[in-house]
Design a protein around this ligand. Structure first.
Ligand code: AHR
Length: 501
């Protein structure tokens, strides 16, 4: 059997894990909102039309923050369309997704949903077709206690209490030509700076995310970050990163190596932020908001057909990737990567939450079920809270088409508030188990461990409404320990959560 070691020292911490790294994202796109979280008339719908079965699955994920309302959608969105009496709200053409937005679900409804789903809103303002004025007005409407036109309008619309939205995105992917009103880095930096200034004048307690480049592969990447930060470094708190992966060539080993790309991406953006910090002689360090990440490719072709058929439709089934087992392995590895970078990545949003590239799927008038990728997200969110430890791992390596030296065993560790130690591990070797020896230094003697393993013979196995448990973790019985090193077999092609108590 192959061998790997992990050395953990209680004093070697990467840093506290910000719970917001287990965030998610709901965009007005396809069936994410309409037919996803919201379906009046559904047997489980509450008085506001929100599906309680979906809320149940979301609560299980324990998502501290949910980005909303886009995404590309936000670059053409008037936030004012989404308030006031529903029957008076305008229907608009959404040029991001070529659909019709009815605004049946708006700001008040979303805030209500957040409360039920036990999550906090992360609200994006439109810096595509709108600008500084709309951005500062949105903050006043949402957060000002009262006594001004917009805060009183909020009260008139049903919420005397301010929404208290703490986290705001300054537009979305503004270097992408697919964005309405896309900008040069200099233009974006200037408008982001002015919007940020005014938004914080309205509510100094808010935190702001500036748009990094929409992808590591964009020709604009790098120079975009440098130039826009030159304009807005002092006014913002985080820089965004977005990244999606796909196994388009059906090369699973190469696909599973994408976590290495994510790690490089994080380090590169952090370096750019630090170089701007140097240039500005600033005391402030910018942290990162990885506010879109996931696997996305299964639905690409189907979407073209849907658009041919249903352009300008409402809630058309766009970007509905059906995730398989190997996708869950990569998602596990990406979560491990985020934990390894907990000192810098403070916010991360799996994109998205329901139906649209999502861990949760629904059928209209039917059931709601967990896709394969739901499980690593849920387990990391539940057990990956506390302090991320610097896990020194030695693993067999493999080469794939574009990355050399990929660790077969991708693993990290978290120490919880109760002192319990959790190890997350993905074995990317498709054919062989790996014997992992965990060398523990400076910990009290652990008495036992439990493990939960997600594996499947078929890399392409999926969960469906009729068979929702095809791919799900299996919990093992507790194993006694004698207080020394721990030896665990990590099965081939598996995601594992090992908890020492
Ligand atoms: O998550 C789907 C889309 O991907 C988002 O709207 C956009 O920001 C990104 O390109």
């Amino acid at each position: 059997m192959k061998q790997a070691t992990m050395t953990l020292d209680r004093d070697y911490e990467i840093g506290a894990i910000d719970p917001r790294v287990y965030g998610s994202f709901i965009e007005h796109l396809g069936r994410a909102v309409y037919g996803g979280i919201y379906e009046p008339g559904h047997p489980t719908a509450d008085a506001n039309g929100f599906r309680r079965d979906v809320i149940g699955l979301v609560r299980e994920l324990d998502i501290p923050v949910t980005r909303y309302p886009g995404g590309n959608f936000v670059s053409g969105f008037n936030w004012e369309d989404s308030i006031g009496p529903r029957e008076e709200r305008p229907k608009r053409l959404d040029l991001a997704w070529f659909t019709t937005e009815t605004n049946e679900v708006g700001l008040h409804e979303f805030i209500g949903w957040c409360k039920q789903a036990n999550t906090a809103p992360m609200y994006a303002v439109n810096l595509g077709t709108r600008g500084v004025d709309a951005a500062r007005s949105a903050v006043e409407y949402a957060n000002h206690p009262g006594g001004s036109y917009l805060s009183d309008l909020r009260a008139k619309n049903g919420s005397k209490e301010p929404f208290g939205i703490k986290l705001w995105c300054l537009g979305n992917e503004m270097d992408g030509p697919w964005q309405i009103g896309h900008k040069t880095a200099r233009e974006y930096g200037q408008i982001a700076n002015e919007a940020a200034k005014a938004m914080k004048w309205v509510d100094p307690s808010i935190e702001l995310v500036a748009c990094g480049s929409s992808s590591f592969e964009m020709p604009t990447f790098g120079d975009w970050e440098l130039t826009m930060l030159d304009e807005c470094y002092d006014a913002v708190d985080y820089v965004s990163l977005h990244r999606y992966y796909g196994n388009r060539d059906d090369d699973t080993r190469a696909f599973l190596a994408r976590s290495v790309d994510m790690e490089r991406f994080i380090h590169t953006v952090a370096s750019i932020c630090d170089s701007m910090r140097g240039k500005k002689h600033s005391k402030k360090r910018l942290d990162l908001s990885f506010d879109e990440w996931n696997v996305w490719y299964h639905s690409n072709q189907r979407d073209q057909e849907i658009w041919k058929r249903d352009k300008w439709g409402r809630a058309i089934p766009l970007i509905e990737d059906v995730y398989n087992f190997e996708d869950a392995l990569l998602v596990g590895s990406l979560l491990i990567t985020l934990l390894r970078n907990a000192d810098r990545v403070k916010i991360a949003c799996m994109a998205q939450l329901v139906n649209v590239i999502a861990p949760i799927m629904t059928r209209g008038s039917g059931g709601a079920w967990a896709q394969t990728i739901y499980w690593p997200l849920k387990q990391a969110s539940r057990f990956g809270r506390g302090v991320s430890l610097r896990a020194v791992t030695e693993s067999p390596l493999y080469d794939c088409k574009d990355i050399e030296g990929v660790p077969e065993l991708d693993a990290t560790a978290v120490i919880g508030e109760d002192g319990g130690l959790t190890i997350f591990a993905v074995n990317k070797n498709l054919d062989e188990d790996i014997q992992l020896t965990v060398k523990l230094r400076g910990f009290g003697g652990y008495k036992a461990y439990t493990r939960s393993t997600l594996t499947h013979d078929d890399l392409k196995a999926v969960n469906t409404e009729d068979n929702p448990n095809e791919v799900r973790p299996v919990d093992g019985a507790p194993t006694k320990l004698d207080g020394g090193d721990v030896s665990i077999v990590i099965p081939k092609r598996s995601w594992n959560v090992v908890r020492l108590a």
